[in-house]
Design a protein around this ligand. Structure first.
Ligand code: ADP
Ligand code: MG
Length: 701
């Protein structure tokens, strides 16, 4: 079973990695992913007991607590406790400094030490406790350990004030970081507000307030003005006006008429109305969106994985180096200066080693990476683009080829009859009614064109042939409705018609009955979206379609696409997609009708959401909620920005760290300055990641 647990109190990506390791070791856990930024544990286990064990384990880890219920822990706390500790500590620290300067020798030293002691423990106790906890479990070299070591080292060297300052600055940095991360977290958690707190159920003439989860299919719900729609359903009242902004990012008033579909998450901006639930909460738009967003952090991107791996090898190396600096350097010094085996300049080297260690602390380096991806996913979600994991954001940013399905993706998939060509001895009505009866059993968009017509037959069986058409049978007689390919494979003769639309051929018991032309319109935003993609450096736009060559090429021409592969069966689409994938990072955009296999093979599959089509949402990596192609260039822009900022932050942090490490090793840098630099680098990187959020909000306007 899959499960997502919400936690609080996880302080850094390295700790997340450690906790993930611990959880994976529990028997019965298939996989687990712990995410620091979203504070979640996603896992798959054999049964409920294992989950209980995971919760127990997590609760024992540092300050981590597993939360009950499914709400995000929005630490709306103002961090007042932390601020108080820091201010208290700072006051005592300054007091101590003043005393020791002003009253040189006059005030008893003990008072000064007391001041520094209070200053140190006021901010340092959680760090000391975590260090003790971790060391007792054999987990050393985390930032708590480093800060404890550095501050105690400084005190041991007689630099008491410095030891206190190290802890004070470190905790100030942690606090600022937690505020920054909290604000990013909140910006994503706002999405969670899509969910209604409660819904009004109509029961035997009266009303009853229930949770959205309790609503069953068929229940009648009353939606008051200003309320959110709790589950997907159809309208029972005459009409309703809905705002879909929270779903799609674009403020758009939609008027829905009786019996039309209503998506959950939309807000009722008109009067009160009644609706009937057609999906349970988990299967409704909102339930799906929230589920996707919550689990998105499990799919970690390459730079993210790289950086945690990097931290794993880097930390021990740096520690060995520091140890060498503290022991071997003074020994060498002794050998050179005194010509015998002794320590010379040990305090100076120890200080350099400590400084070096403090700067090397990898937590600050890696915090901004998951944070940036998280913000990127959030920025996309706000714009109606659901990205199922940081990996896909990364793939999107690196995309070279974008391939499109035609029907339902580039075109609206809303087919209309354009012409009817019965064979000799067949009337138009007969032809239309035959097709309408066969298409009744098909889920293909083409079938929609015949919805309004009478059905002449009720068949024993109806078989859909993907990419070809439909075969129905009645009392042993076979009815064929589909394209040339279907007739070829069934070896039935027919007369092709020359058309710029899609031709649907019809036969009954081997006898050709005629053809019907059906056509659907291009999506209005198809052309601008494609040219936006070209501008963003996508060199190849390819159309993959099962439709006829004429129709495909006509549409490609209108759109300015140069590569068209037509008359493809679903298997051929797969082969073509594999070929394209070999030539560059491939993004595939489809509607989920006959193209689920292609979706699984593409580096990143985008589905035109219509959140109704469950198969597409399941098979794809990115879902466009509002069904607008223009969301693709938007998503690409956010993805590119995210990746650029991630790389910027990685390089910036590494270069700065190396520079400061060299300075520290040379003994130029004081210990407190090292902490200051460490905190500064981290904060700059975190602030840089905010740019993704700004971009996301700017696009909304
Ligand atoms: P696309 O790749 O453009 O989305 P599909 O693979 O869904 O197209 O379908 C390819 C072709 O198969 C259609 O253009 C049509 O000729 C034929 N076809 C598929 N399903 C049907 C159907 N239900 N009725 C008639 N023709 C169909
Ligand atoms: Mg299609």
């Amino acid at each position: 079973m899959k499960k997502t647990l919400k936690i609080t109190g996880l302080d850094c990506p390295v700790c997340a990695e450690a906790l993930e390791g611990d959880i994976c070791k529990i028997r019965g856990v298939k996989w687990a992913s712990v995410d620091y930024v979203s504070q979640t544990i996603c896992l798959e286990t054999e049964n409920e007991d294992v989950v209980a064990r995971v919760i127990k384990k997590a609760n024992k880890f540092e300050q981590v607590r597993v939360l009950e219920g499914d709400r995000y822990a929005l630490n709306k706390n103002s961090h007042s406790k932390e601020w108080l500790q820091i201010i208290l500590s700072a006051l005592f620290f300054i007091g101590g400094l003043l005393l020791s300067w002003l009253s040189e020798n006059r005030a008893p030293r003990i008072v000064v030490y007391c001041c520094f002691g209070v200053a140190y423990f006021a901010v340092g106790y959680p760090v000391l406790i975590s260090t003790a906890k971790n060391v007792s479990k054999g987990r050393v070299f985390d930032e708590n350990f480093l800060m404890t070591l550095a501050s105690i080292g400084a005190v041991a060297l007689g630099e008491i004030a410095e030891g206190v300052l190290v802890m004070l600055l470190y905790q100030l940095g942690e606090l600022l970081q937690s505020i920054a991360v909290g604000s990013s977290r909140r910006s994503v958690a706002e999405l969670m507000e899509l969910k209604s707190e409660s819904a009004t159920l109509l029961v035997n003439g009266g009303t009853k307030a229930v949770n959205p989860e309790e609503i069953e299919i068929g229940d009648v719900i009353l939606i008051k003005a200003g309320e959110k729609v709790p589950v997907d359903g159809v309208l029972l009242s005459e009409r309703a006006t809905l705002d879909t902004k929270s779903l799609t990012g674009e403020s758009e008033y939609k008027i829905v008429k009786s019996q039309e579909e209503i998506l959950s998450g939309s807000i009722n901006v008109g009067g009160m109305y009644e609706m009937k639930a057609t999906r349970r909460y988990e299967d409704s738009a909102v339930g799906k969106i929230l589920n996707l967003v919550e689990n998105a952090s499990a799919g970690k991107a390459t730079p993210e994985k790289f950086i945690t791996k990097f931290a794993k090898v880097y930390t021990p190396i740096v520690c060995c180096f520091a140890l060498a600096m503290a022991i071997i350097a003074p020994l060498l010094n002794g050998l050179i200066v005194e010509n015998k085996f002794c320590f010379v300049g040990f305090p100076r080297w120890l200080q350099s080693a400590l400084t070096f260690l403090v700067i090397s602390c990898p937590c600050a380096l890696i915090i901004s990476v998951p944070l940036t991806y998280f913000s990127g996913i959030g920025a996309c979600a706000k714009n109606g683009i659901l990205v199922k994991g940081a990996t896909y954001l990364d793939v999107l940013a690196r995309a070279k080829i974008v391939a499109f399905d035609k029907t339902g993706t580039l075109t609206e998939g809303d087919f209309r009859i354009q012409g009817v060509y019965p064979a000799e001895g067949v009337t138009e009505i007969e032809l239309l009614e035959t097709v309408a009866s066969v298409e009744y059993g098909s889920a293909h968009p083409i079938a929609g064109a015949f919805e309004g017509h009478n059905r002449k037959y009720i068949f024993d069986s109806i078989e859909e042939r993907a990419g070809e058409g439909v075969i129905a049978s009645l009392n042993g007689e076979k009815f064929l409705v589909g394209n040339e390919k279907l007739f070829l494979s069934e070896k039935i003769s027919m007369q092709t018609i020359d058309t710029a639309y899609t031709a649907v051929y019809v036969a009954r018991a081997g006898q050709y009955l005629g053809a019907i032309e059906v056509g659907d319109k291009l999506r209005a935003d198809a052309k601008p979206s494609l040219s936006a993609l070209k501008k963003q450096g996508i060199s190849r736009l390819v159309m993959l379609t099962g439709d006829g060559k004429n129709r495909a090429e006509k549409i490609a021409n209108e759109l300015g696409m140069y590569e068209v592969k037509s008359e493809l069966l679903p298997d051929d689409k797969l082969t073509e997609a594999e070929k394209l994938k070999g030539e560059g990072t491939l993004v595939y955009v489809g509607d989920g009708v006959n193209d689920a296999p292609v979706m699984s093979v593409a580096d990143c599959a985008v589905s035109m959401g219509k959140l109704g089509s469950a198969a597409a949402v399941e098979a794809s990596d990115v879902v466009l909620i509002s069904d607008c192609l223009s969301e693709i260039p938007k998503g690409l822009k956010i993805a590119k920005k995210t990746r650029a900022i991630v790389l910027e932050n990685i390089w910036f942090s590494i270069v700065m760290k190396v520079a400061f490490m060299v300075l520290g090793a040379c003994g130029v840098l004081q210990l407190w300055l090292a902490v200051f630099a460490d905190v500064g680098i981290m904060l700059l990187a975190v602030l840089n990641s905010f740019r993704v959020r700004f971009l996301g909000s700017k696009m909304l306007k």
